[in-house]
Design a protein. Sequence first.
Length: 289
Amino acid sequence: MIRNLDMALIRTFITVADKASMTAAANALHLTQGAVSQQVKRLEEALGSSLFTRDRRGLRLTRAGEQLFGRGKRLLALNDEIWAEMAGTLVAGQVRLGVPYDLVGTLLAPVLKTYAETYPQIEISLVCASSPELTAALAAGTIDLAVIEERVGPSAGECLAIDRLVWVGAKGGIARAKRPLPVSIVADTCAFRPAVLAALGEHGLEWRTVFENGNIDATTATVRSDLAVTAWLATTVPADLDILPSESGLPPLPNFAINLHLPRHGVGPAAQEFARHIRDGLARRPVAA
């Protein structure tokens, strides 16, 4: 009979179930795929039940896995709640978070709110910049952690989510059909810029820059006014703008990862808790269709 459940094993199991993939779970947990497989195996051996089956679509929960999934999530939530309450009085100081312009008011807004409510004694400083600039700031020690957008693939960061990079235009607009294509990009250091320009070049589409100065509000305004199109992650596109379909004549764009980067020299308690809030918040986010 099982008397104790290892929270680390439960967390790994929940992550694998959410991702339906050992590889994706390994990226999310910043572990090797072998380590994730071993942790799942240890949990199955402890419980005396198989938790996953595999088919052509990937991993699927067994009946025992489905029973554990719901209860395991509640157990983790309670564990994290107790930890936050008990550790809250011990966590103080300042934390400096680097965030790309397009994520701060969309995916990360709920995370910032819950963290500030849980740790009102912590001073939060936000640094908004492009992903390459945030990478440099983290290396220089001017921020404590950063959420960075990168092409899907090997990374020094922890993969929190993968999203589609999509073309965006005004509803019913005509900018998408103009040649040269008018393109509005937040900054010349934007993480999406090389992928966008490479896609246009590979398909032989002429383009011209309409706006490029680091102000996302102005970029949004040019798109709303049908002066240009832009490229954003699907989950960050405002409801009053269109994700342009493949029939629009624009080339497909690659997927991007939203990665959490921590400094190599160590992370303080305030930043550690912020990292946990970010992981949990993005794990519950809706996936763009």
